[in-house]
Design a binder for this molecule. Structure first.
Ligand code: KG4
Ligand code: ZN
Length: 360
């Protein structure tokens, strides 16, 4: 089955004339992002200010620094998103922001701004679940809307396999028992001494390494369920590094590259095998893959291969919608608006917000 290529703007059907103009804001962690979309149909702009250089010296996100930076960056980023879309605040039909999960002090900044604008302009507010933003992102720009599928959400905080029967009709198939896939990438990269965030660094290094040079465990690959575990893989990396450091004061580049390739291959093997198993188990023939880890080059290639072999239609989130962004927030908000799920202005942010599953 062919992989469905994302439509270019010219190929996309024109949005209906009454499609709402939505401003979306995302500040759940260390990215200040704003976007403007024409409902679920067309992303007009998407602007992201990354705080990676700010947090890099600390090897991870410092919440206090993140929220202060959001406060500085929100106004120019929102103005930029509106300017790139060719619209002003008065043109908007709805305002959206991430309500959770994430860092509470970061979530508060974006959600408070979006709610204040909604109140001032007298327009509806849509509080978006960040995970639903990722989950639905492979469908961005699809005039057909959300199709029944198996969704794999692989981010820094989550590894989820979900049967999607429609918008807000989600059935949990599997989740990680311990670390998320992105968390494992980041922690192992830190152990090796690679800069934060580790996922893209391991991806780059792995291109020059041999995935068979080191043996890494494929935890739960043979379990009959669709759950994941990545902590054993992390421990295996730690032991290997301890042994290697006894022989090398500084690890040679080739060894680092081989370690990255072997570790990444183990994650790719497990994610791709479980996705295919989930499609088989549910009888679904469409797979939608999203989240920061879905940007991984080896994972994308492998998913294309296994999906083709197993007659599964693969919808990969566009690269610009994989890591945190506000385009996916606009898109999820458009679906919520179309389903009359307007959020009350007194609804608070929730750092532990989860997805609601119909089977759990
Ligand atoms: O979706 P995301 O931006 O934030 C969360 O919602 O968590 O995902 C961030 C995660 C980080 O762990 C980062 O290392 C990982 O995505 N990531 C990657 C790649 N690009 C980002 N992991 C593997 N390979 C990549 N190319
Ligand atoms: Zn995310």
């Amino acid at each position: 089955m062919p992989i469905r290529q994302p439509k270019t703007q010219e190929q996309s059907a024109l949005p209906p004339l009454d499609a709402p103009l939505i401003l979306g804001i995302e500040t759940s962690c260390d990215e200040t992002a704003a976007a403007v979309s024409w409902g679920q149909y067309l992303l007009l702009s998407s602007v992201i200010s990354s705080q990676i250089p700010l947090h890099r010296p600390y090897g991870g996100v410092v919440p206090e620094l993140a929220s202060r930076n959001h406060l500085t960056m929100l106004r120019p980023i929102v103005q930029d998103a509106l300017a790139q879309a060719g619209h002003s605040l008065e043109d908007l039909d709805a305002l959206a922001a991430t309500l959770g999960p994430g860092l509470s002090s970061s979530l508060l900044t974006g959600a408070t701004l979006a709610k204040s604008l909604a109140w001032t302009l007298g327009k509806p507010f849509l509080g978006v679940n960040h995970l639903e933003g990722h989950l639905l992102s492979p469908f961005e720009g699809h005039p057909e809307g959300v199709e029944p599928c198996v969704a794999l959400v692989v981010s820094g905080g989550h590894t989820l396999l979900i049967e999607v029967r429609g918008f807000d009709d989600y059935h949990l198939l599997g989740r990680t028992h311990d670390d998320a896939a992105g968390e494992a990438f980041d922690k192992v990269a830190k152990m090796i001494g690679l800069p934060y965030p580790g996922g893209p660094e391991i991806d780059k290094r792995a291109r020059h390494g041999d995935p068979r040079a080191f043996e890494f465990p494929r935890s739960m690959l043979d379990s009959q369920d669709l759950h994941f575990s990545f902590s054993g893989l992390k421990t295996s990396a730690r032991y290997k590094l301890e042994t290697l450091r006894k022989d090398h004061e500084t690890l040679p580049e080739e060894i680092i590259n081989d370690l990255c390739a072997g570790f990444q291959e183990a994650i790719v093997d497990v994610l791709s095998a479980k996705l295919v198993a989930a499609c088989r188990q549910t009888g679904r023939h469409v797979a939608a893959v999203s989240g920061g880890v879905s940007l991984n080059s080896r994972l994308r290639r492998r998913l294309e291969k296994v999906c083709e072999e197993n007659h599964i239609e693969l919808l990969l989130a566009k690269p610009q919608l994989c890591t945190d962004n506000a385009g996916m927030i606009c898109h999820a908000a458009a679906h919520a608006l179309a389903n009359d799920r307007i959020t009350a202005l007194d609804r608070d942010i929730d750092p532990n917000l989860g997805l609601t599953f119909r089977n759990v």
